[in-house]
Design a protein around this ligand. Structure first.
Ligand code: SF4
Ligand code: SF4
Ligand code: FES
Length: 363
């Protein structure tokens, strides 16, 4: 047994008082969870502590909180690990998840944010035509592709950690976009292009993600929401050629073309090319692109003032010494008939593979 101090953020809207911190000492084995600690504090000291939980085994997804500032499942976080991550003299700081309004103590309003966003992506299959007499038959490969997004337990921990959502609360967000890929990637769904178009054209849609990796780091089920968002983008741009009004297509094309030409990022070219569907010329002749370019003039001015952008950097950008090698990689990848998607979620070997390996080994 060991003593742990839990510093809980308390808030009761009915009291009319502001939120405050309250310490509770619990005596428990270190391998027990933060949730166990909170439940013990509630049982022994203060029955009014509010936290949502059910399975206590990282399955139901209801006990999301922030421990020492990190979004986690309380039942999936050991007291010993939490105390090691303490930034307050060993006290384990527990507060409600971020990006969602607090209802009471550690309980947030999932309906107001998380579930609203999940509903936004039409989270059910939309097949067309007469249903088959028996069941739909789907290739195993196709199901492997969506298995990772299907592992989501809707805990909202990634929503809590999402940095883009802090800046733009309307952003659809990691959990809902992972759910969107679950149906976009399902061959039984007949509305793939409409779904992609919708997520590309929404100004708070899939191009609002800034690749910060936070959702990948915190997800307790390895759903890797950011990877699902990147898959949605690749489908929208490379496979369906959706040229959206948010310049997602243009931004991606600008990156690809710049690296092909120079080998490193030419930032001064990135902005105008992004607004011109990837082309420098179009950004100067298309009224909408030109307007967006003019609107971003204050950003460019700030860059010049801070020294991040200089007239020299704008005009000249050195190519890599072995730029031909970069082009060769492009040619080889683009010369392939199919795009290869690695699904790193499914690991291990099938029994057949093992058999083959053994046979190979005996030869
Ligand atoms: S990678 Fe994108 S979706 Fe994930 S937390 Fe960062 S901004 Fe949000
Ligand atoms: S993607 Fe992961 S973190 Fe986000 S809601 Fe699903 S299980 Fe939770
Ligand atoms: S109580 Fe179910 S996930 Fe934590």
């Amino acid at each position: 047994m060991a003593d742990f101090t839990l510093k809980l953020r308390r808030y009761d809207p009915d009291s009319g008082e502001a939120a405050y911190w309250q310490d509770f000492d619990v005596d428990m084995p270190p391998e027990r969870s933060v949730l166990d600690g909170i439940l013990k504090a509630r049982a022994d000291e203060d029955g009014s502590i509010a936290i949502r939980c059910s399975c206590r085994a990282a399955i139901c997804g209801s006990c999301g909180v922030r421990v020492n500032g990190q979004s986690v499942l309380a039942c999936n976080t050991k007291l010993s690990d939490a105390v090691r991550g303490s930034k307050q003299d060993g006290a384990i700081v527990v507060e409600p998840m971020g990006n969602m309004p607090v209802i009471k103590d550690l309980i947030v309003d999932m309906d107001a944010v998380h579930w609203k966003k999940v509903h936004r992506v039409v989270p059910w299959l939309l097949p067309e035509g007469e249903p088959p007499e028996r069941e739909y038959i789907v290739d195993a490969e196709a199901m492997i592709d969506v298995t990772q997004s299907m592992a989501c337990i809707q805990c909202g921990v990634c929503v809590s950690a999402c940095l883009s959502m802090e800046v733009d609360p309307e952003f659809i967000g990691p959990a809902a976009l992972a759910k969107a890929y679950r149906f976009v990637g399902d061959p039984r769904d007949a509305h793939t292009e409409e779904r992609l178009n919708d997520l590309a054209e929404d100004e708070h849609g899939m191009y609002d993600c800034t690749h910060c990796f936070a959702c990948i780091e915190v997800c307790p089920k390895d759903v890797a929401p950011m990877n699902q968002i990147m898959r949605l983008r690749r489908l929208a741009t490379a496979d369906y050629g959706i040229k959206d009004s948010n310049n997602g297509y243009g931004h991606e094309k600008a990156f690809v073309d710049i690296i092909r030409r120079w080998g490193t990022l030419h930032e001064a070219q990135l902005l105008p090319r992004s607004f011109g569907q990837g082309s420098l010329v179009q950004s100067q002749v298309q009224p909408a692109a030109l307007k967006q370019l003019i609107d971003s003039a204050p950003t460019a001015a700030r860059g010049l003032k801070s020294g991040k952008v200089s007239p020299w950097k704008v005009l000249f950008h050195k190519k890599l010494a072995d730029q031909d090698q970069v082009r060769r990689i492009y040619d080889e990848i683009e010369g392939k008939d199919d795009r290869l998607e690695l699904n790193l979620y499914i690991v291990g070997e099938s029994e057949d593979d093992e058999g083959e390996d053994e046979e190979e080994g005996t030869e």
